[in-house]
Design a protein around this ligand. Structure first.
Ligand SMILES: Cc1cc2nc3c(=O)[nH]c(=O)nc-3n(C[C@H](O)[C@H](O)[C@H](O)COP(=O)(O)OP(=O)(O)OC[C@H]3O[C@@H](n4cnc5c(N)ncnc54)[C@H](O)[C@@H]3O)c2cc1C
Length: 511
């Protein structure tokens, strides 16, 4: 974010506190994050950094047998040790022109009192410890709080905690004994009765193994030290303990809070809550880094819009706010299914409390979850944009499925805008700005939609009437608009037809 804003000509100061001495975690960054790295202009640098490749997940969830879910051939993510990853991102921000102050612990944000309206007279005032025992002050037009769980701005009054549960992660590093078989190159995620285990290799011989527990619900071995507690939890697992059977625990056990929270508001006059400063999702999804990067990219776009197009300031901040909210809710829905599966299998309060809380945000019902065979909590998560409808729901929507079957059966097409089609102008990202852009809406999708899985719907509606065969329409879309996969294209077309935005009236059917 600092890198982008600096590249776009803004004066950026990045304040970050010195390393705390707390052991760094290793985290898994899935392959789809590459798209974000590319948006941020750092894909090559990440590739060159030599992080251990992430090739897929071993999953033992609920009462399902152990299964392996490899990422698509040729695509790998990264297993990053956060110290190294964060250091690289700071270097890249600095290289782009951001001024990085690495010994600055921010204490508070105070708005400068002023009389007149106008953003130049409304700077934010950040107070921080300067590393030499002094307090320094920085004034800025925008403050982007990226302080993670510390939540310098959020914690004051905006943070909303999930009171239903508390999660603590106990992490240890294991090294394979000499002569042991080569490390399994996958992550492992495994639920057990009153917690879950998460492990990932960071080299051919070394792997992190983390036990996720709830001090209020997990039945813990108390009073005998963190190491014994950790090992006692490990003993409850079926797979994780075998994974490290030929390895030695070479680190102390570090503790990390991993409880979930969100914010009542993600942006306001002159500030934005970015990444974990705004919300924290269950690490089960392995999507926290991806979510933080997406948030950082959109925050940069929103701030750039506010400065370059002051008339769009309110729209831009509201767009950021609604996207962050939608992202958090989307993740809650994603994890709710896994909580319910684990509740069904283990029947413990650890899981039922989580299932109940996540269910509050409108998760699908059990029969629907049970219909989907593959359980992979750490599978790739699609990060929604505010104006994109729920893709998973659309895939099962009877109107969309019917439209898809009719499209496949039709010998020819003649696609015309449906009488109920509306074209409202709503916020969307174009390049580095948020603009008001044409969307499509109908009685069935009243909130308006611009893209569905990267398919540009207004462009598709515009050109649809000129073709009488779907393959020709698809080829023309590829030539004139953008590359999208055939399944995504057919899905978008089926939504347009099923949701009353297009009609298909082949010649013989016309009156
Ligand atoms: C146990 C556990 C396992 C996880 N596993 C994964 C995983 O496998 N994959 C994944 O994608 N995500 C994982 N996550 C989530 C991931 O860590 C976060 O979502 C991600 O780090 C968010 O990035 P961020 O930049 O918003 O916040 P952070 O990474 O927390 O960065 C915040 C920064 O702000 C600095 N800071 C804090 N306070 C101040 C202050 N007062 N002044 C100055 N600087 C300050 C901190 O030093 C830090 O550098 C895991 C989280 C936990 C707890």
């Amino acid at each position: 974010m600092s890198r982008l804003l600096a590249r776009w000509g803004h004066s950026v100061v990045l304040l970050t506190r010195p390393l705390t001495g707390h052991p760094a975690l290793a985290e898994s960054v899935p392959p789809s994050t590459r798209k974000l790295f590319a948006l941020l202009g750092i894909a090559q640098e990440i590739d060159d950094a030599g992080f251990f490749p992430a090739r897929g997940n071993l999953v033992r969830w609920g009462d399902a047998p152990l299964r392996r879910a490899d990422f698509a051939p040729g695509s790998a993510g990264h297993h990053v040790i956060r110290d190294a990853f964060d250091g690289l991102l700071l270097d890249l921000a600095e290289e782009a022109g951001a001024e990085v102050r690495r010994d600055a612990t921010v204490r508070r944000l105070a708005k400068v009192a002023c009389g007149d309206e106008g953003e130049e007279q409304h700077p934010q005032r950040v107070e921080y410890e300067d590393g030499h025992g002094g307090i320094a002050v920085l004034e800025a037009r925008f403050v982007l709080d990226c302080s993670g769980r510390a939540g310098v701005i959020a914690n004051a009054e905006l943070r909303v905690h999930d009171q239903s549960n508390a999660t603590v992660a106990l992490a240890g590093v294991w090294r394979a004994d000499a002569g042991a078989p080569p490390a399994e190159p996958c992550t492992l995620v495994e639920s057990y009765r009153d917690g879950w285990a998460w492990s990932m290799p960071v080299s051919d011989t070394s792997r992190y193994l983390t036990m996720m527990i709830d001090p209020r619900r997990t039945e813990l071995l108390k009073g005998q030290g963190r190491r014994r507690l950790y090992l006692a939890e490990l003993e409850k697992t079926r797979e994780a303990r075998h994974l490290v059977a030929d390895a030695r625990l070479e680190s102390d056990i570090s503790g990390h809070t991993a409880s979930q929270y969100t914010a009542s508001r993600f942006a306001g006059d002159g500030f934005l809550l970015v990444g974990d400063a705004g919300s924290f999702i269950d690490p089960l999804a392995s999507a926290g880094v991806k979510k933080a990067l997406a948030s950082a990219w959109l925050a940069a776009v929103a701030v750039h819009t506010c400065i370059a197009t002051p008339a769009m300031r309110d729209v831009a901040l509201e767009f950021f706010d609604s996207r962050e909210r939608a992202t958090w809710l989307g993740h809650r829905r994603h994890t709710a299914r896994y909580y319910r599966e684990a509740t069904a299998a283990h029947g413990h309060g650890f899981w039922s409390a989580r299932a109940e809380a996540a269910g509050d945000v409108g998760a699908p019902t059990l029969p629907e979850a049970a219909r989907t065979p593959a359980l992979d909590p750490a599978a790739e998560v699609h990060i929604p944009v505010p104006t994109e409808p729920d893709i998973a729901a659309l895939r099962q929507d009877p109107d969309v499925l019917r439209a898809f079957s009719e499209l496949r059966a039709a010998p020819a097409i003649c696609l015309l805008p449906a009488p109920g089609l509306r074209r409202p102008r709503l916020p969307a990202v174009r390049g580095r700005r948020i603009v008001l852009d044409e969307h499509l809406a109908s009685a069935a999708l009243p909130d308006g939609v611009r893209f569905l899985r990267d398919v540009d719907l207004p462009s598709l509606v515009e050109m649809a009437g000129s073709f009488d065969q779907v393959p020709d329409l698809y080829q023309a879309y590829l030539d004139r608009v953008a590359t999208v996969s055939l399944p995504d294209f057919l899905g978008a077309l089926s939504v347009l037809l099923g949701k009353g935005m297009l009609t298909n009236e082949p010649q013989g059917d016309r009156r």
